[in-house]
Design a protein around this ligand. Structure first.
Ligand code: SF4
Length: 396
């Protein structure tokens, strides 16, 4: 029994849920999951009653970012709760059709840092390689919704050969992050080919994949996929999960399989209004992540993506959540809260202010309980004391 003040950290399966007649073999087949995605108003209304805001959102927002939800993820939706944190992430709402003055189509300025279409070179030693515009399901707050899902005005046209040649030539690049879209939607053979090509470049030390497949489509995390990925070490995977309910028994099995293949796992969450904007939810999420061998890595302030104002919080709310985690749980459980500088500033860490004063030769600090401490700078050893120590050493 979970007390109301304690976060729920249990793992459960929601299958078969809205698909009571589905055979286990189908349910566990990633191709079946993809074929049976919820991607139309009639699909949605066959299973749940939509609110007026959702119904209008489906009708108005579909030409901006497609709607598509795997049966696995759809099963997490509570049909009796119009404020369910799962439905807010994947079912369009009418608010998406309104653009706030501060919002941008390309909030992280990626397009202006693309030396080759599909390759973002924003930081000196690492690149973001956008290898696909497709995902298993689409997040309504997606930073790349200008290209992801293929229904918007802009299209991702990755120039594969030019991108590989750029990487071969740029010896300063030591770290490549494959993202998109979701690279784990590729077949094992296609992904193997890409990773092999990158691994053949001697100065690339480190490969990373950003993926929400372990959450949207855990059936894709097969032993065969893990066996292929482990050939390409050092390879890290950043997953993306926002709410503890997303960490089901199937998701845990997939994540443990990846960890057993020696792949270090981190999680990137986005702070979202009505989804995970409370310390209690965040605490349950980070605890469940550690239980699945995933290190909470970043908590992102939601980017200024067009049509996202209903999902964004103030920055102060994020700082307040970190303040309620730091000192109150394991250090490993605390993600770095960051803002991606609008227009291409890169990730900027945001922390509660624990430094009260920086006086001469000391800092005054506040701990997580509000107690004040002073930490002095090192005292230089006086010349006379140094001399005395030398003399003592000579005599011993
Ligand atoms: S999985 Fe990632 S790339 Fe795909 S829609 Fe969600 S945030 Fe965007």
């Amino acid at each position: 029994m979970i007390s109301p003040s304690e976060p729920d950290t249990t793992f459960t399966s929601h299958a078969p849920g809205y698909w009571p007649d589905c055979e286990a073999a189908d349910w566990n087949d990633p191709k079946w999951q993809l074929r049976n995605r919820i991607d139309s108003l009639s699909d949605l209304e066959a299973h749940i009653k939509l609110t007026d805001e959702e119904r209008a959102g489906v009708l108005l927002a579909g030409n901006k970012l497609a709607m598509s939800i795997t049966p696995h993820f759809f099963n997490l939706i509570d049909k009796n709760d119009p404020d369910c944190p799962i439905r807010r992430q994947v079912i369009p709402r009418i608010e998406e059709a309104w653009t706030a003055p501060e919002e941008l189509a390309d909030p992280c300025g990626e397009d202006s840092h693309m030396p080759v279409p599909g390759l973002v070179h924003r930081y000196p030693d690492r690149v973001l390689f956008l290898v696909t515009d497709r995902c298993a399901s689409y997040c309504r707050y997606c930073t790349r919704s200008r290209v992801v899902s293929g229904v918007g005005e802009q299209h991702l046209e990755t120039q594969w050969e030019a991108a590989f040649q750029y990487l071969e030539k740029h010896t300063e690049v030591r770290d490549v992050l494959l993202s998109g879209g979701d690279p784990l939607l590729f077949s094992d053979a296609k992904l193997d080919k890409i990773l092999t090509r990158l691994r053949a470049i001697p100065h690339i030390q480190f490969l990373r994949i950003g993926s929400r497949i372990p959450i949207f489509l855990p059936q894709r995390i097969t032993p065969e996929l893990c066996g292929m990925l482990k050939k390409h070490h050092p390879l890290f995977i950043s997953i993306h999960t926002n709410h503890p309910k997303e960490l089901t028994t199937e998701v845990r099995e997939g994540l443990v399989r990846l960890a057993e293949a020696g792949i270090p796992l981190g999680n990137q969450s986005v702070l979202l209004r009505g989804v995970n904007d409370s310390a209690k939810i965040q605490k349950a999420l980070v605890h469940k992540l550690l239980m699945t061998r995933v290190r909470p890595y970043y908590l992102y302030q939601c980017d200024l993506i067009t049509g996202s104002s209903h999902l964004r919080t103030s920055v102060a709310e994020g700082v307040n959540i970190i303040e309620k985690l730091r000192g109150h749980t394991t250090g490993y459980a605390i993600p770095q809260f960051v803002i991606d500088g609008p227009g291409g500033g890169g990730k900027i860490p945001i922390n509660p202010n624990y430094v009260v004063d920086t006086g001469s030769n000391k800092v005054t600090l506040r701990n997580f309980e509000g107690d004040i401490f002073e930490y002095p700078d090192p005292t230089p050893i006086p010349t006379a004391d140094m001399k005395a120590l030398h003399e003592k050493a000579m005599c011993s």
